[in-house]
Structure formats: C-alpha cells, structure tokens
Ligand binder design. Structure first.
Ligand SMILES: Cc1cc2nc3c(=O)[nH]c(=O)nc-3n(C[C@H](O)[C@H](O)[C@H](O)COP(=O)(O)OP(=O)(O)OC[C@H]3O[C@@H](n4cnc5c(N)ncnc54)[C@H](O)[C@@H]3O)c2cc1C
Length: 452
C-alpha cells in the first residue's frame, strides 16, 4: 500500500493537482492519454506530458524503420494532436534535473538544427512526477563501441542507419555494374547482441536486401554481396527464451543466410572492423550495437534518488521511489521488482504497457484517497519477428514446462497485434480500424520497401 494522497488539499488550496509525465514512449503516451481521459476529464488532476521530440514512434518498430519496411511518416503520432484530442498539456523539451524540495522539473531549452533557441529553459511544477524516459544503449565500455557502432534508440538513428546501409549498397551495386562478372567487395553489416532486438534487426535486414535487389540493386546477389552477421557473447541466441526456441530461431536465421556467431566476445570496435577477445578481426562496414540497455545518464540528476547498477530508478511495487513518494518511474527506466522473485522486470514494451494501465488505476485510487495495491506483471509471452521467415512466440519464458512455440502466420499475426494493441490504447477502436485500413491502402500503393 502507498501513501494515498497527492499534495494534500491543505497545502494545495484550490489548485488542481498536477501530474507531470516525462517521456511519451510506449508507456508514457499510454499513461498521459488514459489519465487525461479519466481523471483529467473529471477535473481531478491536470495532466502534462513532456518529451524531447514533437512526435511519438513506437520503439519496437524501430528495426522496421531501419530496414525500410516501415515508413515513419505514416506511423508517427504528433503529441500536440493527441494532447488536443484527449485533453492533456504537451511540453516539448528535455528533462534535465529535478528540484525535489520545490517539486519542480527543470526542462532544457529547445534548439533548432542550427543551434538557435526555439524555446527557453523552463520550470514545471508537479505534485507527482512520473518518469517514463526509456533506456539508452549500454556499450559496456567496449573500446571504440560508442564511437563506431550505431545504436538503435530513436527514429533519427534508425534513419541514419538506413541511409548508411543504402549508400554502401549503392556503391557495391555500381561496382558490380561497372565490372560485370567480377566479384564485388561485399557489404558487411555486423549486429552485436542476439537478444530479441538484434535477431529482429538481422532478419529484417536480410529481408530488406532481398527486396532491394528486385527494385534497385539489380547487379547484386543479396546473400553473396551483403554479409549480415549476428554476434553474441553468450553460448546461444535469445538467451532469455527457451533453449528449443533459441535453437530453432538460430537454424532459421542461417537459412536466411545470416552468419550467427555465438560465444564471441567483442573486445573492440573500429571504423571498419570488430576485434574479438581472441584477437580475430571481422570486417565491418556498418556495426550496430544491440547488446544491452541502461537508464539514461540524466537520471543521476534527480537529487539522491537511488539507482541500480544499470542506472535505472529503483521503485517499489507501487512504482514509487522509496526516497520520494511523489516520484514514480516505470518502463525501461525503472528497476521494478519481480513479484515473489529476485531481480527486476525486463525492459520490454509489454511491461511498460501494463505498468501504464496500472498507474491509471493507481492515480484514480490515490485521487479518491483509497488504498492502492502493488503492481503485478502478467507475462503474456514473447514474440520475435523474423521478417519474411515469420515470427516465433513463446509463452511465459520462465516456466519451461509451459513453454509453447508458435510460428508461421499465427505468430506474425500476434506480432502485428501488439502494435495494434498499442494503437487501440491511444486512439480507441474506430480510429485504430480507420488507421489500419489507411496503412493497408498506402502499402498497396507503394514499393514494399523504402528505396531512398
Ligand atoms: C529495435 C527494437 C525492437 C524492440 N522490440 C520489442 C518487442 O518486440 N517487444 C517488446 O516488448 N519490446 C521491444 N523492444 C523494447 C521496447 O521498445 C521498450 O521496452 C519500450 O519502448 C519501453 O517503453 P518506455 O515507455 O519505457 O520507453 P520508450 O518507449 O523508449 O520511450 C521513452 C520516451 O522518453 C523520451 N525521453 C527520453 N529522455 C527524455 C528526457 N530527458 N526528457 C524528455 N523526454 C525524454 C523519449 O523521447 C521517448 O519518447 C524493442 C526495442 C527496440 C530498440
């Protein structure tokens, strides 16, 4: 049970309490929308959403944006439009620090591409502050990794990767056209880390390359001229999942002509290679780092709020920090205990989604001064997309005896359903159906992949 009141009315006077949510990602935008639609609508609280970007893009789709399968333009949501529709306030800017004594969140200035100021630095008063700022790539201090490996945290980075990949393929294709019959220098893409993100990205890239050779790079032979390697430090890919699923996925990736290397520790990344712990040098035109995440460095500026070793905010089962009941954290940036077990919940969209729904109920209870029970995560299983080769799904990975593997169309359907579920939470049934129809019509009118 938690302390059940926001700022007590005796302190607040007639002012409506203000709940500031920082981060409009998979969890934060759901929370802002649903809170605005419930307690906001009833005038019980003012809901403010802060994000550094003006638009939202669901992070689990990033590998599809990076491979060119998903056009970001048709899948971004403008925070200002969502705010107007549901009645929350949107503030653009970066949370930089928090003054817990004055209950003020300090938001940095917003600059344009040339560095000129669009908005000044601001202070936002809160009664409760909810942190949903996600995670950043953890390079584990591997020399050269931060300089030479590309992370995949946001749309800019996904687009950056896509352009670099297309440029490398354009060069190779030109070489093949100029010297017909001669072998070309293959384009080498290395994905470091074979968790779900790395596996999905490698599969999506192979799929993309097969499609690109039919549209643009006709002189290239996809599997011969573009080498895609997936490198994992542990003994098997998808280490968090069942061993059978891991083996099956490994075999399927090899059928897709993806080189899967397990038990390989990366000791250094250079501009054109990966150096392993045993001293081997693997050529690399593009290196992507998908080997782990950590909480953003900014979380250290919260004024003595305890963080774990991965720089995530430690929270109790009510998602409040033990140091300050007016600060909440959830999603990737939070270290939330697993009920009845040791350790923390994994950084997954499913966790962020369930925590957002929990917080809506918890705030409703708090505002009605009712006791609030703790958050319990219900694992609905894990789906990993393999692009054209389908998807694999496993129920409750922790309960081996109940592990179930579904693949083929059923798993692809399930994978697509996760995104639709996110949209349903944001737009309701009617708009989601209309959007799905519009996405389908647009996909009939365009090449299957972004070509530039
Ligand atoms: C390629 C890829 C594929 C994935 N696939 C899956 C999958 O299939 N299934 C699954 O469950 N999970 C998947 N994940 C993980 C999933 O995306 C995350 O667990 C989920 O997005 C976490 O949600 P969140 O709300 O905590 O953070 P995010 O969705 O990352 O949102 C964080 C938000 O905070 C904003 N922000 C950050 N710092 C600041 C700041 N200082 N000030 C203001 N705003 C800030 C960001 O702009 C962003 O909008 C995938 C991740 C990646 C990268």
């Amino acid at each position: 049970m938690v302390n059940t009141q926001l700022t007590p009315a005796t302190e607040r006077g007639t002012r409506t309490p203000c709940i500031v949510i920082v981060g409009g990602g998979a969890g934060g935008l759901q929370l802002a929308t649903r809170l605005a639609n419930t307690v906001g609508k009833r005038g019980l609280a003012e809901i403010v959403l802060v994000d550094r970007y003006p638009t939202h893009f669901w992070k689990p789709l990033l590998h599809e944006a990076a491979s060119g399968h998903r056009d970001p333009a048709t899948h971004t949501i403008e925070y200002a439009a969502q705010a107007r529709q549901y009645g929350f306030r949107f503030v653009q800017g970066d949370l930089q620090r928090v003054d817990r004594t004055r209950r003020v969140a300090k938001i940095g200035a917003v600059l344009d591409a040339e560095g000129a100021q669009i908005l000044p630095a601001r202070e936002l008063h809160y009664d409760d502050l909810v942190l949903a700022v996600g995670s950043v790539t953890n390079f584990f201090n591997v020399p050269g990794a931060a300089e030479h490996a590309l992370p995949l945290e946001n749309l800019e980075q996904a687009e950056d990767f896509r352009r670099t990949f297309l440029a490398a393929c354009t060069k190779a294709n030109y070489q093949a056209e100029e010297q017909p019959g001669q072998p070309v220098q293959p384009v080498c893409v290395n994905v470091i880390g074979a968790g779900a993100t790395g596996v999905e990205l490698a599969a999506a890239l192979r799929h993309a390359m097969n499609q690109l050779t039919t549209y643009r790079f006709k002189a290239l032979v996809a599997e011969r001229d573009v080498c895609i390697r997936l490198i994992e430090g542990g003994p098997r890919i998808l280490p968090a999942l069942d061993e059978r699923l891991s083996g099956k996925t490994h075999a399927r990736l090899e059928q897709l002509h993806i080189d899967v290397l397990t038990g390989i520790r990366v000791a250094e990344v250079t501009h054109d290679a990966i150096v392993t712990a045993t001293g081997d040098r693997l050529a690399s035109d593009i290196t992507i780092w998908a080997a782990g995440v950590a909480g953003p460095a900014m979380l250290k500026q919260l004024g003595d709020i305890a963080l774990n070793a991965s720089n995530q905010v430690i929270v109790t089962d009510t998602l409040q920090t033990p140091d300050d009941p007016h600060i909440f954290a959830f999603g990737d940036c939070a270290a939330c205990p697993v009920q009845g077990k040791r350790g923390f919940l994994p950084p997954r969209a499913q966790v962020a989604h369930q925590q957002a729904l929990y917080l809506v109920r918890a705030f409703e209870q708090r505002l009605s001064v009712k006791p609030v029970a703790g958050f319990a995560f219900h694992d609905a299983g894990t789906v990993v997309s393999l692009g054209q080769a389908g998807a694999v799904y496993q129920t409750e990975p922790s309960t081996r005896s109940r592990a179930l593997i579904i693949d083929g169309l059923a798993a692809i359907g399930l994978y697509k359903f996760l995104y639709r579920k996110h949209l349903l939470g944001l737009h309701g049934t009617k708009r989601t159906l209309l959007q799905s129809l519009s996405h389908w019509l647009q996909s009939r009118n365009r090449p299957a992949i972004k070509l530039h």
